[in-house]
Design a protein around this ligand. Structure first.
Ligand code: NAD
Ligand code: TDX
Length: 332
């Protein structure tokens, strides 16, 4: 059985990936490495706790990473600091985990000749004008706006350089915004849902006209498996649903699904450097690897996500208090 190490497997996308892999790709023997930062939670792995060994540790820990990579055939690297607002407030952990962490992993992968898939974001390409047909492609120039996206861009560059200089067997993917169960309550969709469930008003940054391309986490993870199975080494693949929505439009959908008046939200000061629009051209992964998003009804996907947060208040209650305390200090 190929042995797969998943870094960041106790976070939102990583935990969904581990469960998806156990369910749909049982040929893999999966292990998780995760530092359990404020964003990681072992409860996210409860469905697979019997079959997935968990290693509590830091992706910057050279000896630990070397030991785990030495016995892996493939590494899927999700571990990162992931929230733009936090990066604006305190960039240091982003530089450490996203850059030093990826470097540490790459060196272990180089020593042990292991296959790597690096998970990244469309935010590395900067942003697009609000109106217009443009989309990011795999050859778009890097132009990150925030400390978060700058460190993700740097991590992508490290992976690309290790491919070219050392022949490391790696692929990369840059996905659009994800949603689904287990997403941390600091992020847009869970923040608004849990605000409403707690009787508080959602918070919309600035004009609300900024556009994101909302992609279900299982579609992202299916795409990662398509790349692991059939992707060309050294290549980058963009992933995204094609379903673009302004934040105001998405919030209107959440309010209506939760039977709230359309104006029952607060406008709060905008995020500094707020990227206007992200949109990915996914022609390459569709035509080369035959991947297609299966979640093509955002309203239905949101309804299922709302049902998950409604049923799992025990999971988000403590994190919610901490996240809102942080937002209060940021004035958002
Ligand atoms: P998340 O914040 O929910 O989870 C990140 C996980 O990484 C947590 O479990 C955390 O404990 C772990 N981690 C952080 N620093 C670590 C370290 N130094 N060592 C070991 N573990 C560490 O993030 P997410 O939304 O699941 O994102 C996962 C990956 O996907 C990230 O690389 C992110 O850049 C990328 N991505 C996210 C989105 C999105 O919409 N959420 C979209 C595209 C790409
Ligand atoms: O309360 C809010 N109100 C609001 O209007 C929050 C938390 C966000 N927003 C806006 C900012 C963005 O335009 O909603 C949009 C989405 O915000 P986030 O959920 O913070 O996501 P974003 O900044 O787009 O980044 C996400 O997608 C790309 C992930 O957090 C990244 O990890 C990923 O790389």
């Amino acid at each position: 059985m190929p042995r797969m190490l998943v870094t960041g497997g106790a976070g939102f996308i990583g935990a969904n990936f581990v469960e998806y892999t156990v369910r749909n790709h049982p040929q893999y023997d999966v292990e998780v490495l995760d530092a359990l930062t404020y964003a990681g939670n072992r409860a996210n792995l409860a469905p697979v706790v019997e079959v997935v060994p968990f290693h509590h540790g830091d992706v910057c820990d050279r000896e630990l990473v070397d030991r785990l990579v030495s016995r892996a055939d493939v590494v899927v690297h999700f571990a990162a600091e992931s929230h733009v607002d936090n990066s604006l407030d305190d960039p240091e952990p982003f530089v450490r985990s996203n850059l030093i962490g990826t470097f540490t992993l790459l060196e272990a992968v180089r020593r042990h000749g292991c296959r790597l898939h690096h998970i990244s974001t469309d935010e590395v390409y900067g942003h697009l004008p609000l109106d217009g047909p443009d989309r990011f492609t795999e050859t778009a120039p890097y132009d990150p706006s925030s400390p978060y996206s700058a460190t993700k861009a740097g991590s992508d560059m490290l992976v690309r350089a290790w491919v070219r200089s050392y022949g490391v067997a790696a692929t990369l993917s840059n996905c659009a915004n994800n949603y689904g169960p287990y997403q941390h309550v600091e992020k847009f969709i869970p923040r608004q849902i849990t605000n409403i469930l707690r009787g508080e008003r959602p918070k919309l940054y600035g004009s609300g006209t900024n556009v994101r391309e909302w992609t279900h986490v299982d579609d992202h993870n299916a795409a990662v498996h398509a790349i692991l199975d059939r992707g060309r080494l050294g290549e980058t693949y963009l992933i995204g649903s094609g379903d673009e929505r302004s934040n105001a439009e998405l919030l209107a959908m959440i309010l209506s699904l939760l039977e709230q008046p359309a104006d029952a939200y607060d406008r709060v000061p905008d995020r500094p450097g707020h990227d206007l629009r992200y949109a990915n051209d996914t022609t390459k992964i569709r035509s080369e690897l035959g991947w297609r998003p299966r979640y093509d009804d955002l309203r239905a996907g949101l309804a299922a996500t709302i049902a998950w947060y409604r049923s799992n208040e025990w999971w988000w209650d403590a994190a919610k208090k901490a996240a809102e305390a942080r937002y209060q200090t940021l004035g958002r």
